[in-house]
Design a protein around this ligand. Structure first.
Ligand code: G4P
Length: 531
């Protein structure tokens, strides 16, 4: 049996090998394609094409995901683990639609870096700006990939400007396109100044061939295309848009790579950047502000809960990110919220919706705890020295709907369904302590309501009607401010299940005016336990 000291060494070495990251993108920018290509480069799939097939199988098995299919959106996220260059990569997928930006936010609390994929013909799209802002707000290191360069697109300098002006992230290109979008020959790699020429493979099913060509030869062979790339790079040099580790790690600048996921151009550069530039898991800060050493006892926190991933079992999976120590299946860590031991017999590694039992895991890894119905988002688990990680914040909802039970004989289904949806963070469920007993649902995007209504009906067997409400802004408040607000027309005070109070406003302008007139009032944009 290994000694405690060698376990610690093992944990540190394993943590150092890990890169835990997410891909964020607007729908259709190429996230699925890129994920598949990462797996191809990591040797986890032999030929591109497997992920989409897998995604198809997953969707076919899960009933509420029918909604995803109808709407062509991705709501559920998956966790993939694969190896690359002796490292273990944990790739957490995020929903691509802004309506689910809160889900994205939660996934981003569990990663150490993000890859932001942009379609080079579209740049940053208004609809998804919010997702990128969420990423930016967490000060996460972000690597940018300008995808689809095989097709006509925008001028790369314009794209760089857009990223900086629209989300305040300063791109520092590491590779720069040679040839215009649509006539993409390769990239000028600014680290050595040579051309990396890409050669197509049939349907991008196998890794792209690359040829490194010294600058002088590149100039002779590529002519104008090379000269323009060099000019672009001079401009970048002049404005100081050059990779800088400190600002990258602080989430202020973003190394940028250019490529085309479909032809595999630039995919290796990007995956190398994940390994070489993205940070390995580090000690996580607990709720007292102290870092939990990586080699301390096992600890983890719940960042996502998903029910009915497999409708045949109607089960409930809590996704936890390991923060410290070595996880062993069958161990019984303490659930910090209740102080009770938690059995981990059914720990699973998730590959999409497919499961394999996981016996051991290290910092940076994600484990799915099956049938963990006591766990809530943000809960901590630990062995050894107790630790509680900070609760995850919740966004102030911007849309509201009153949920009415239309069939009193199914009141129980209605109540249980709402409880579950709130627990999973699908919608916020608010109540009016002294008023209308019908709960009010709060959301950031309208599709959250669609998902909630669909699931209440199809999954929980409830009969529900959602009545849109006139309120359009909310702030967390306290008892004193709530008392003052009760006499203000166009406002309403509701309670969250954790006991905190939310003030609702019919118009965001009224909210801004009231906040300006009463600077002493408590009107906080982030809600949620622990604040
Ligand atoms: P998403 O997960 O971000 O929503 O995007 P996804 O990978 O599904 O890609 C969206 C569409 O863009 C797909 O086409 C895909 O083939 C295409 N695509 C992805 N990367 C590239 C690229 O580098 N260049 C070009 N030209 N196209 C790319 P589709 O027609 O919607 O689907 P499919 O029939 O090709 O599967």
């Amino acid at each position: 049996m290994a000694s405690a000291a060698s376990d610690g060494d093992d944990t540190l070495a394993e943590a150092a090998r890990r890169r835990t990251f997410a891909i964020i993108s607007h729908p259709d920018a190429g996230k699925t394609t890129l994920t598949e290509k990462f797996l191809l480069y990591g040797g986890a799939v032999a030929e591109a094409g497997a992920v989409k097939a897998r995604a198809g199988a997953r969707r076919a098995r899960s009933d509420w995901m029918a909604l995803e299919r109808q709407r062509g959106i991705s709501i559920t996220s998956t966790v993939l683990q694969f190896s690359y260059r002796g490292h273990v990569l944990n790739l957490l997928d995020t929903p691509g639609h802004r309506d689910f930006s809160e889900d994205t936010y939660r996934v981003l609390t569990a990663v150490d870096a993000a890859v932001m994929v942009l379609d080079s013909a579209r740049g940053i799209e208004a609809q998804t700006r919010k997702l990128f802002e969420v990423c930016r707000a967490q000060n996460l290191p972000v690597i940018t990939f300008l995808n689809k360069y095989d097709r006509p697109g925008l001028d790369p300098l314009e794209l760089v400007d857009d990223i900086e002006s629209q989300i305040g992230l300063r791109p520092t290109p590491v590779t720069w396109p040679v040839g215009t979008a649509g006539d993409f020959r390769g990239v000028l790699d600014r680290r050595h100044g040579d051309l990396v020429r890409f050669l197509r493979t049939a349907h991008g099913a196998t890794t792209a061939h690359e040829e490194r060509i010294p600058a002088a030869r590149a100039r002779a062979e590529e002519g104008d295309a090379w000269v323009r790339a060099e000019e672009g790079c001079h401009l970048l040099d002049e404005v100081g848009a050059t990779y800088d580790r400190a600002t990258f790690l602080a989430g202020e600048s973003s190394p940028l790579f250019v490529g085309s996921a479909i032809t595999n151009f630039g995919v290796r550069h990007l995956l190398d950047a994940v390994v070489d530039l993205a940070p390995a898991p580090g000690p996580r800060i607990d709720d007292t502000g102290r870092p939990r050493p990586l080699d301390a006892g096992f600890s983890a926190f719940v960042f996502k809960i998903q029910a009915n991933m497999n409708p045949a079992h109607r089960d409930h999976v809590a996704f936890v990110r390991v923060c410290s120590g070595r996880f062993e299946r069958g161990s019984t860590p303490i659930h910090a919220t209740t102080g009770r031991p938690f059995a981990t017999k059914y720990a699973a590694a998730m590959f999409g919706a497919e499961r394999a039992t996981v016996d051991v895991a290290y910092p940076g890894d994600v484990i799915g705890l099956v049938n963990a119905s006591d766990l809530r988002i943000g809960d901590s688990l630990y062995l050894g020295e107790p630790v509680t990680f900070p609760r995850l914040v919740t966004f102030a909802p911007e849309l509201f709907a009153t949920a009415r039970n239309r069939d009193s004989s199914r009141a129980k289904q209605f109540r249980r369904g709402l409880e579950r949806l709130e627990q999973e963070g699908t919608v916020q469920v608010l109540s009016d302590p002294g008023g209308d007993p019908a709960p009010v649902l709060g959301a950031v995007g309208p599709m959250q309501f669609e998902v909630a209504a669909y699931r209440l009906i199809h999954e929980f067997g409830a009969s529900v009607e959602l009545e849109p409400s006139a309120y359009s802004a909310a702030r967390r408040t306290d008892l004193a401010t709530a008392a003052a607000l009760r006499s203000v027309p166009g406002t309403r005070i509701l309670a969250r299940s954790d006991g905190s109070l939310l003030a609702l406003f019919e118009s965001p302008y009224r909210l801004v005016r009231l906040a300006g007139d009463h600077p002493d009032w408590c009107l906080e944009p982030l809600v949620g336990a622990g604040l």
